[in-house]
Design a protein around this ligand. Structure first.
Ligand code: ADP
Ligand code: ASP
Ligand code: MG
Length: 440
Protein backbone atom coordinates (compact mmCIF):
# COMPACT_ATOMS: atom_id res chain seq x y z
CA UNK A 1 0.00 0.00 0.00
CA UNK A 2 1.10 3.55 -0.68
CA UNK A 3 2.63 5.32 2.29
CA UNK A 4 0.85 8.26 3.81
CA UNK A 5 2.20 11.58 5.00
CA UNK A 6 0.04 14.02 6.92
CA UNK A 7 0.75 17.73 6.55
CA UNK A 8 -0.41 20.56 8.77
CA UNK A 9 -0.15 24.13 7.53
CA UNK A 10 -0.22 26.97 10.06
CA UNK A 11 -2.02 30.28 9.77
CA UNK A 12 0.75 32.25 8.09
CA UNK A 13 1.18 29.44 5.53
CA UNK A 14 -2.47 29.94 4.50
CA UNK A 15 -2.82 33.67 5.04
CA UNK A 16 -3.48 34.65 1.42
CA UNK A 17 -3.65 33.33 -2.15
CA UNK A 18 0.12 33.55 -2.68
CA UNK A 19 0.62 31.31 0.35
CA UNK A 20 -2.07 28.90 -0.89
CA UNK A 21 -0.08 28.50 -4.11
CA UNK A 22 3.08 27.62 -2.20
CA UNK A 23 1.12 25.14 -0.11
CA UNK A 24 -0.38 23.47 -3.18
CA UNK A 25 3.06 23.12 -4.77
CA UNK A 26 4.40 21.47 -1.62
CA UNK A 27 1.49 19.03 -1.41
CA UNK A 28 1.67 18.12 -5.09
CA UNK A 29 5.41 17.47 -4.95
CA UNK A 30 4.88 14.03 -3.38
CA UNK A 31 1.95 11.63 -3.92
CA UNK A 32 2.33 10.37 -0.32
CA UNK A 33 1.24 13.78 0.91
CA UNK A 34 -2.37 12.74 1.18
CA UNK A 35 -4.01 14.32 4.19
CA UNK A 36 -3.78 18.01 4.93
CA UNK A 37 -4.77 19.80 8.11
CA UNK A 38 -5.40 23.52 7.65
CA UNK A 39 -5.38 26.45 10.07
CA UNK A 40 -7.39 29.65 9.74
CA UNK A 41 -5.74 32.48 7.78
CA UNK A 42 -3.04 34.01 9.97
CA UNK A 43 -1.02 37.18 9.71
CA UNK A 44 0.13 38.40 6.28
CA UNK A 45 2.37 41.05 7.86
CA UNK A 46 3.33 41.73 11.50
CA UNK A 47 0.48 44.14 12.33
CA UNK A 48 -2.15 42.01 10.59
CA UNK A 49 -4.89 40.25 12.61
CA UNK A 50 -5.43 36.49 12.54
CA UNK A 51 -8.91 35.43 11.44
CA UNK A 52 -9.27 33.43 14.68
CA UNK A 53 -8.80 36.66 16.65
CA UNK A 54 -11.28 38.46 14.37
CA UNK A 55 -13.83 35.72 15.11
CA UNK A 56 -13.29 35.99 18.86
CA UNK A 57 -13.81 39.72 18.44
CA UNK A 58 -17.16 39.12 16.66
CA UNK A 59 -18.20 36.79 19.44
CA UNK A 60 -17.39 39.42 22.08
CA UNK A 61 -19.28 42.12 20.16
CA UNK A 62 -22.36 39.89 19.90
CA UNK A 63 -22.12 39.01 23.59
CA UNK A 64 -22.21 42.74 24.37
CA UNK A 65 -25.18 43.02 21.97
CA UNK A 66 -23.17 45.28 19.69
CA UNK A 67 -23.37 45.30 15.91
CA UNK A 68 -21.05 42.86 14.17
CA UNK A 69 -21.52 44.12 10.57
CA UNK A 70 -18.15 45.78 10.18
CA UNK A 71 -16.16 43.10 12.02
CA UNK A 72 -17.80 40.27 10.12
CA UNK A 73 -17.39 42.03 6.77
CA UNK A 74 -13.62 42.07 7.34
CA UNK A 75 -13.63 38.31 7.85
CA UNK A 76 -15.67 37.79 4.68
CA UNK A 77 -13.21 40.00 2.82
CA UNK A 78 -10.24 37.85 3.93
CA UNK A 79 -11.81 34.70 2.50
CA UNK A 80 -13.29 36.34 -0.58
CA UNK A 81 -9.87 37.78 -1.33
CA UNK A 82 -8.32 34.31 -1.29
CA UNK A 83 -11.10 32.78 -3.42
CA UNK A 84 -10.92 35.56 -6.01
CA UNK A 85 -7.12 35.68 -6.18
CA UNK A 86 -6.99 31.93 -6.68
CA UNK A 87 -9.56 32.25 -9.47
CA UNK A 88 -11.88 29.74 -7.84
CA UNK A 89 -15.50 29.42 -8.83
CA UNK A 90 -16.76 29.29 -5.28
CA UNK A 91 -19.42 31.30 -3.50
CA UNK A 92 -19.14 31.32 0.27
CA UNK A 93 -22.20 33.54 0.76
CA UNK A 94 -24.45 30.77 2.18
CA UNK A 95 -21.68 29.75 4.62
CA UNK A 96 -21.14 33.34 5.73
CA UNK A 97 -24.88 33.80 6.23
CA UNK A 98 -25.11 30.73 8.42
CA UNK A 99 -22.11 31.66 10.56
CA UNK A 100 -23.21 35.23 10.92
CA UNK A 101 -26.69 34.17 12.04
CA UNK A 102 -25.16 31.78 14.54
CA UNK A 103 -22.96 34.53 16.01
CA UNK A 104 -25.94 36.88 16.25
CA UNK A 105 -27.89 34.16 17.99
CA UNK A 106 -25.08 33.71 20.51
CA UNK A 107 -23.56 30.48 19.30
CA UNK A 108 -20.80 29.12 21.55
CA UNK A 109 -17.41 30.80 21.53
CA UNK A 110 -15.63 27.65 20.34
CA UNK A 111 -18.04 27.20 17.45
CA UNK A 112 -17.42 30.78 16.36
CA UNK A 113 -13.63 30.43 16.57
CA UNK A 114 -13.67 27.10 14.73
CA UNK A 115 -15.21 28.63 11.61
CA UNK A 116 -11.81 30.10 10.76
CA UNK A 117 -10.31 26.70 9.99
CA UNK A 118 -13.61 25.38 8.60
CA UNK A 119 -13.85 28.02 5.86
CA UNK A 120 -10.16 27.95 5.03
CA UNK A 121 -10.26 24.17 4.66
CA UNK A 122 -13.28 24.35 2.34
CA UNK A 123 -11.28 26.68 0.10
CA UNK A 124 -8.11 24.60 0.26
CA UNK A 125 -9.98 21.37 -0.51
CA UNK A 126 -11.59 22.99 -3.54
CA UNK A 127 -8.29 24.47 -4.74
CA UNK A 128 -6.48 21.15 -4.46
CA UNK A 129 -9.39 19.03 -5.72
CA UNK A 130 -9.26 17.05 -2.44
CA UNK A 131 -12.17 15.74 -0.38
CA UNK A 132 -13.23 17.83 2.63
CA UNK A 133 -13.55 15.88 5.88
CA UNK A 134 -15.11 17.98 8.64
CA UNK A 135 -13.31 17.60 11.97
CA UNK A 136 -16.77 17.79 13.54
CA UNK A 137 -17.43 14.25 12.27
CA UNK A 138 -14.06 12.76 13.14
CA UNK A 139 -12.60 14.35 16.27
CA UNK A 140 -14.35 13.93 19.59
CA UNK A 141 -14.12 15.13 23.17
CA UNK A 142 -15.43 13.61 26.38
CA UNK A 143 -17.95 15.42 28.57
CA UNK A 144 -15.12 16.73 30.76
CA UNK A 145 -13.49 18.33 27.71
CA UNK A 146 -10.63 15.85 27.41
CA UNK A 147 -9.85 14.30 24.06
CA UNK A 148 -11.78 11.07 23.36
CA UNK A 149 -9.12 9.00 21.62
CA UNK A 150 -11.05 5.75 21.12
CA UNK A 151 -14.09 7.35 19.52
CA UNK A 152 -11.90 9.66 17.43
CA UNK A 153 -9.50 7.09 16.00
CA UNK A 154 -12.31 4.74 15.04
CA UNK A 155 -14.41 7.41 13.35
CA UNK A 156 -11.55 9.35 11.80
CA UNK A 157 -9.74 6.29 10.42
CA UNK A 158 -12.97 5.21 8.73
CA UNK A 159 -13.52 8.65 7.21
CA UNK A 160 -9.94 8.89 5.96
CA UNK A 161 -10.14 5.43 4.44
CA UNK A 162 -12.92 6.68 2.17
CA UNK A 163 -10.76 9.42 0.65
CA UNK A 164 -7.37 9.07 -1.03
CA UNK A 165 -6.69 12.75 -0.62
CA UNK A 166 -8.43 15.02 1.85
CA UNK A 167 -8.31 18.29 3.79
CA UNK A 168 -9.34 18.31 7.47
CA UNK A 169 -9.82 21.59 9.34
CA UNK A 170 -7.59 21.95 12.41
CA UNK A 171 -8.33 23.22 15.91
CA UNK A 172 -11.75 21.71 16.70
CA UNK A 173 -13.95 18.65 17.16
CA UNK A 174 -17.32 17.70 18.68
CA UNK A 175 -18.54 17.29 22.22
CA UNK A 176 -20.79 14.30 23.02
CA UNK A 177 -23.85 16.58 22.72
CA UNK A 178 -22.78 17.64 19.23
CA UNK A 179 -21.58 21.15 20.05
CA UNK A 180 -18.20 22.29 18.74
CA UNK A 181 -15.19 22.49 21.02
CA UNK A 182 -11.71 23.75 20.15
CA UNK A 183 -8.33 22.78 21.51
CA UNK A 184 -6.40 25.62 23.14
CA UNK A 185 -4.78 28.26 20.93
CA UNK A 186 -2.44 26.83 18.34
CA UNK A 187 -4.42 23.60 18.49
CA UNK A 188 -4.26 22.77 14.78
CA UNK A 189 -0.90 21.19 15.59
CA UNK A 190 -2.82 18.73 17.77
CA UNK A 191 -5.33 18.00 15.01
CA UNK A 192 -2.44 17.29 12.65
CA UNK A 193 -0.98 14.78 15.09
CA UNK A 194 -4.36 13.10 15.56
CA UNK A 195 -4.90 12.80 11.81
CA UNK A 196 -1.36 11.39 11.40
CA UNK A 197 -2.14 8.77 14.00
CA UNK A 198 -5.55 7.93 12.54
CA UNK A 199 -4.06 7.64 9.05
CA UNK A 200 -1.20 5.48 10.30
CA UNK A 201 1.13 7.95 8.63
CA UNK A 202 4.87 7.42 8.20
CA UNK A 203 5.49 11.11 8.84
CA UNK A 204 3.71 14.15 10.24
CA UNK A 205 4.93 17.29 8.48
CA UNK A 206 4.21 20.49 10.36
CA UNK A 207 4.62 23.41 7.94
CA UNK A 208 5.09 26.86 9.43
CA UNK A 209 7.00 30.12 8.89
CA UNK A 210 10.40 29.13 10.30
CA UNK A 211 12.83 26.48 9.06
CA UNK A 212 12.31 24.22 12.06
CA UNK A 213 12.55 24.29 15.78
CA UNK A 214 15.14 26.90 16.65
CA UNK A 215 17.46 26.74 19.63
CA UNK A 216 15.80 29.87 21.01
CA UNK A 217 12.85 32.11 20.26
CA UNK A 218 13.80 34.14 17.15
CA UNK A 219 12.07 37.16 18.67
CA UNK A 220 14.70 37.16 21.44
CA UNK A 221 17.82 35.81 19.77
CA UNK A 222 18.96 36.92 16.35
CA UNK A 223 19.15 34.05 13.85
CA UNK A 224 19.14 31.19 16.31
CA UNK A 225 20.45 27.86 15.05
CA UNK A 226 17.99 25.32 13.70
CA UNK A 227 17.77 22.10 15.73
CA UNK A 228 18.26 19.27 13.25
CA UNK A 229 16.98 16.50 15.45
CA UNK A 230 15.15 16.57 18.76
CA UNK A 231 13.39 13.92 20.82
CA UNK A 232 9.69 14.07 21.69
CA UNK A 233 10.64 14.58 25.32
CA UNK A 234 12.94 17.51 24.64
CA UNK A 235 10.40 19.07 22.33
CA UNK A 236 7.66 18.79 24.89
CA UNK A 237 9.79 20.49 27.54
CA UNK A 238 10.68 23.35 25.21
CA UNK A 239 7.15 23.68 23.82
CA UNK A 240 5.64 23.69 27.29
CA UNK A 241 8.04 26.38 28.41
CA UNK A 242 7.27 28.67 25.52
CA UNK A 243 8.80 27.48 22.25
CA UNK A 244 5.42 27.99 20.68
CA UNK A 245 6.35 26.71 17.24
CA UNK A 246 4.54 23.52 18.18
CA UNK A 247 1.61 23.03 20.57
CA UNK A 248 2.86 21.14 23.63
CA UNK A 249 0.05 18.58 23.39
CA UNK A 250 0.78 17.75 19.77
CA UNK A 251 3.31 15.05 20.44
CA UNK A 252 1.07 12.70 22.41
CA UNK A 253 -0.93 11.18 19.53
CA UNK A 254 2.15 10.60 17.35
CA UNK A 255 4.47 9.52 20.15
CA UNK A 256 2.30 6.53 20.95
CA UNK A 257 2.58 5.38 17.36
CA UNK A 258 6.26 6.42 16.95
CA UNK A 259 5.42 8.68 14.02
CA UNK A 260 8.20 11.25 13.57
CA UNK A 261 7.36 14.92 13.10
CA UNK A 262 9.16 17.12 10.61
CA UNK A 263 8.84 20.87 11.17
CA UNK A 264 9.23 22.65 7.83
CA UNK A 265 9.10 26.13 6.37
CA UNK A 266 6.39 26.87 3.77
CA UNK A 267 8.45 29.85 2.60
CA UNK A 268 11.66 27.79 2.26
CA UNK A 269 10.51 24.27 1.36
CA UNK A 270 14.06 23.27 0.37
CA UNK A 271 15.21 23.55 4.00
CA UNK A 272 15.21 20.16 5.77
CA UNK A 273 13.73 21.56 8.98
CA UNK A 274 13.70 19.73 12.29
CA UNK A 275 13.05 16.03 12.79
CA UNK A 276 11.29 15.14 16.03
CA UNK A 277 11.98 11.50 16.83
CA UNK A 278 11.23 9.01 19.64
CA UNK A 279 14.89 8.47 20.53
CA UNK A 280 17.89 10.06 19.03
CA UNK A 281 21.01 8.11 18.15
CA UNK A 282 22.87 11.21 17.07
CA UNK A 283 24.68 13.33 19.59
CA UNK A 284 23.45 16.91 19.45
CA UNK A 285 25.80 19.50 17.97
CA UNK A 286 25.71 21.45 21.22
CA UNK A 287 25.44 20.37 24.87
CA UNK A 288 22.02 21.92 25.09
CA UNK A 289 19.36 21.25 22.51
CA UNK A 290 17.46 24.45 23.13
CA UNK A 291 16.35 27.09 25.58
CA UNK A 292 12.84 28.48 26.08
CA UNK A 293 10.96 30.37 28.71
CA UNK A 294 7.85 32.15 29.82
CA UNK A 295 6.86 35.01 32.07
CA UNK A 296 3.92 35.12 34.44
CA UNK A 297 4.88 32.95 37.40
CA UNK A 298 4.56 33.53 41.13
CA UNK A 299 6.37 31.88 43.96
CA UNK A 300 4.52 31.08 47.17
CA UNK A 301 7.09 30.85 49.95
CA UNK A 302 6.21 29.10 53.17
CA UNK A 303 8.49 29.25 56.18
CA UNK A 304 8.31 27.08 59.23
CA UNK A 305 11.00 26.08 61.68
CA UNK A 306 11.97 22.40 61.43
CA UNK A 307 9.71 21.93 58.43
CA UNK A 308 12.00 19.21 57.11
CA UNK A 309 11.27 16.92 60.05
CA UNK A 310 7.51 17.39 59.97
CA UNK A 311 5.93 14.45 58.20
CA UNK A 312 3.07 15.49 55.89
CA UNK A 313 3.93 19.20 55.71
CA UNK A 314 4.18 19.24 51.93
CA UNK A 315 0.91 17.38 51.59
CA UNK A 316 -0.91 19.96 53.71
CA UNK A 317 0.35 22.79 51.52
CA UNK A 318 -0.41 20.99 48.29
CA UNK A 319 -3.88 19.96 49.36
CA UNK A 320 -4.71 23.65 49.88
CA UNK A 321 -3.60 24.29 46.31
CA UNK A 322 -5.71 21.36 45.19
CA UNK A 323 -8.76 22.81 46.95
CA UNK A 324 -8.23 26.04 45.03
CA UNK A 325 -7.82 24.14 41.75
CA UNK A 326 -4.24 25.42 41.30
CA UNK A 327 -1.60 23.22 39.70
CA UNK A 328 2.06 23.80 40.48
CA UNK A 329 5.15 23.97 38.28
CA UNK A 330 8.04 23.46 40.72
CA UNK A 331 8.61 23.00 44.45
CA UNK A 332 12.13 24.00 45.46
CA UNK A 333 12.64 23.38 49.20
CA UNK A 334 15.09 24.33 51.93
CA UNK A 335 15.32 23.05 55.50
CA UNK A 336 12.82 25.49 56.93
CA UNK A 337 11.32 26.85 53.72
CA UNK A 338 9.35 25.54 50.82
CA UNK A 339 8.45 27.47 47.69
CA UNK A 340 5.74 26.51 45.29
CA UNK A 341 5.97 28.05 41.83
CA UNK A 342 2.62 28.53 40.13
CA UNK A 343 1.26 30.43 37.14
CA UNK A 344 0.25 33.90 38.36
CA UNK A 345 -2.99 33.70 36.37
CA UNK A 346 -3.99 30.54 38.24
CA UNK A 347 -4.03 32.33 41.63
CA UNK A 348 -5.51 35.63 40.47
CA UNK A 349 -8.42 36.55 42.67
CA UNK A 350 -7.61 34.07 45.43
CA UNK A 351 -4.18 35.14 46.70
CA UNK A 352 -5.29 36.36 50.12
CA UNK A 353 -7.53 33.36 50.69
CA UNK A 354 -4.73 31.03 49.62
CA UNK A 355 -2.22 32.62 52.00
CA UNK A 356 -4.74 32.39 54.86
CA UNK A 357 -5.51 28.73 54.24
CA UNK A 358 -1.87 27.66 53.93
CA UNK A 359 -1.05 29.62 57.06
CA UNK A 360 -3.80 27.85 58.97
CA UNK A 361 -3.73 24.32 57.53
CA UNK A 362 0.07 23.98 57.52
CA UNK A 363 0.53 25.98 60.71
CA UNK A 364 3.22 28.01 58.94
CA UNK A 365 5.35 30.76 60.46
CA UNK A 366 4.99 32.91 57.35
CA UNK A 367 3.51 32.69 53.87
CA UNK A 368 4.35 35.20 51.14
CA UNK A 369 3.68 35.42 47.42
CA UNK A 370 6.11 37.07 45.00
CA UNK A 371 4.99 37.73 41.44
CA UNK A 372 6.82 38.71 38.27
CA UNK A 373 8.93 35.63 37.88
CA UNK A 374 10.00 34.22 34.51
CA UNK A 375 11.05 30.62 34.11
CA UNK A 376 13.70 29.53 31.62
CA UNK A 377 14.17 25.88 30.67
CA UNK A 378 17.54 24.73 29.39
CA UNK A 379 16.87 21.41 27.70
CA UNK A 380 19.15 18.81 26.18
CA UNK A 381 19.71 15.09 26.03
CA UNK A 382 23.44 15.90 25.79
CA UNK A 383 23.46 17.34 29.31
CA UNK A 384 23.56 13.93 30.99
CA UNK A 385 26.99 13.14 29.61
CA UNK A 386 28.41 16.63 30.00
CA UNK A 387 29.52 17.71 33.45
CA UNK A 388 29.32 21.33 34.42
CA UNK A 389 26.32 22.40 32.38
CA UNK A 390 24.50 23.84 35.41
CA UNK A 391 27.63 25.77 36.38
CA UNK A 392 27.86 27.29 32.91
CA UNK A 393 24.20 28.33 33.03
CA UNK A 394 24.57 30.01 36.43
CA UNK A 395 27.80 31.77 35.52
CA UNK A 396 26.35 33.05 32.25
CA UNK A 397 23.42 34.55 34.14
CA UNK A 398 25.54 35.90 37.01
CA UNK A 399 27.89 37.60 34.52
CA UNK A 400 24.92 39.70 33.46
CA UNK A 401 24.46 40.74 37.09
CA UNK A 402 21.14 38.94 37.14
CA UNK A 403 19.82 37.32 40.30
CA UNK A 404 18.54 33.74 40.07
CA UNK A 405 15.34 33.33 42.09
CA UNK A 406 14.89 29.60 41.67
CA UNK A 407 16.74 26.55 40.37
CA UNK A 408 15.31 23.15 39.58
CA UNK A 409 16.89 20.26 37.74
CA UNK A 410 14.65 17.59 36.28
CA UNK A 411 15.45 14.14 37.62
CA UNK A 412 16.06 12.88 34.08
CA UNK A 413 19.03 15.30 34.00
CA UNK A 414 17.98 16.60 30.65
CA UNK A 415 16.62 19.91 31.81
CA UNK A 416 17.50 22.73 34.15
CA UNK A 417 14.91 25.33 35.06
CA UNK A 418 15.89 28.72 36.42
CA UNK A 419 13.58 31.45 37.68
CA UNK A 420 14.56 35.10 37.21
CA UNK A 421 12.76 38.42 37.53
CA UNK A 422 10.63 39.11 34.50
CA UNK A 423 12.60 42.25 33.68
CA UNK A 424 15.78 40.14 33.42
CA UNK A 425 14.17 37.47 31.25
CA UNK A 426 15.42 38.54 27.81
CA UNK A 427 18.98 39.18 28.97
CA UNK A 428 19.20 35.89 30.90
CA UNK A 429 17.92 33.83 27.99
CA UNK A 430 20.27 35.56 25.55
CA UNK A 431 23.23 34.98 27.89
CA UNK A 432 22.47 31.27 28.15
CA UNK A 433 22.16 30.96 24.38
CA UNK A 434 25.49 32.74 23.84
CA UNK A 435 27.21 30.53 26.41
CA UNK A 436 26.31 27.33 24.60
CA UNK A 437 26.28 28.48 21.00
CA UNK A 438 29.58 30.11 20.30
CA UNK A 439 29.99 31.15 16.72
CA UNK A 440 32.58 28.92 15.07
P1 ADP B 1 1.83 28.44 12.78
O1 ADP B 1 0.85 29.55 12.53
O2 ADP B 1 2.46 27.92 11.55
O3 ADP B 1 1.25 27.37 13.64
P2 ADP B 1 3.19 29.62 15.03
O4 ADP B 1 3.15 31.12 15.01
O5 ADP B 1 2.25 28.91 15.93
O6 ADP B 1 3.05 29.12 13.53
O7 ADP B 1 4.67 29.11 15.37
C1 ADP B 1 5.78 29.60 14.66
C2 ADP B 1 6.43 30.75 15.41
O8 ADP B 1 6.92 30.29 16.67
C3 ADP B 1 7.67 31.30 14.75
O9 ADP B 1 7.34 32.26 13.76
C4 ADP B 1 8.43 31.91 15.92
O10 ADP B 1 8.19 33.28 16.01
C5 ADP B 1 7.85 31.23 17.16
N1 ADP B 1 8.85 30.55 17.99
C6 ADP B 1 9.05 30.72 19.31
N2 ADP B 1 10.02 29.93 19.77
C7 ADP B 1 10.49 29.23 18.72
C8 ADP B 1 11.52 28.27 18.54
N3 ADP B 1 12.26 27.84 19.55
N4 ADP B 1 11.70 27.77 17.32
C9 ADP B 1 10.96 28.19 16.28
N5 ADP B 1 9.99 29.10 16.37
C10 ADP B 1 9.74 29.63 17.58
N1 ASP C 1 -6.32 29.26 14.43
C1 ASP C 1 -6.10 28.78 15.77
C2 ASP C 1 -5.33 29.79 16.58
O1 ASP C 1 -5.06 30.89 16.09
C3 ASP C 1 -5.47 27.42 15.81
C4 ASP C 1 -4.13 27.31 15.15
O2 ASP C 1 -3.70 28.22 14.43
O3 ASP C 1 -3.47 26.28 15.35
O4 ASP C 1 -5.03 29.55 17.71
MG1 MG D 1 0.95 27.29 15.72
Amino acid sequence: MQQTKVLKFGGSSLADAAQFRKVAAIIRAEPERRYVVASAPGKRFPEDIKVTDMLYDCFDLAARKENIDEAFAKIEARYNGIVTDLGLDMDLTPEFRKIRMAIEHHAGKDYVASRGEYLNSLILARYLGFAFIDAEAGIFFNDDGTFDDKHTYKALSALLAEADYAVVPGFYGSMPNGTIKTFSRGGSDVTGAIVARAADAVLYENWTDVSGMLMADPRLVEHPRVIEEITYRELRELAYMGATVMHEEAIFPVREACIPINIRNTNAPEDPGTMIVPNSETAPATVITGVAGRKGFSSITIEKDRMNTEVGFGRKVLSVLEDFGVSFEHIPTGIDTMSVVVATASIAGCKEALIGRIFRDANADSVTIDDNMALIAIVGRGMVSNKGTAGRVFTAIADQDINIRMIDQGSGENNIIVGVNERDYDAALQAIYREFVRED
